[in-house]
Write a protein that binds this ligand. Sequence first.
Ligand SMILES: [Zn+2]
Length: 112
Amino acid sequence: MHELGVVIEVVKTVEEFARENRVTRIGALVLQIGELSSIVPRYVEECYPAAVEGTLLEGTELRIEVLPGNVRCECGRVYRLLASEKVCPSCGGGRWELLGGREFLIKEILAC
Ligand SMILES: [Zn+2]
């Protein structure tokens, strides 16, 4: 589980941003995680309270938006890779190009 290290990096980034922008109170943090990224949202949620303890983010709400892992098949069909068991629902092909789903982004820092 490498999520704790990832969350600690996020906390550092947010604290830096807050310092630079003179933000002293944060209500919620919104992360976007692609469903094909190596980061598991559930683990992020689990380690969040420990990772933010003693930081500016202590007591804040964590919101996670999962971004779909979409691919485009050789036949042109765009589909969600995990929902289709990695096979194109139109032609049955297994060759595709990735359109999105590996993201890991700090989307928003919301004030109280
Ligand atoms: Zn296809």
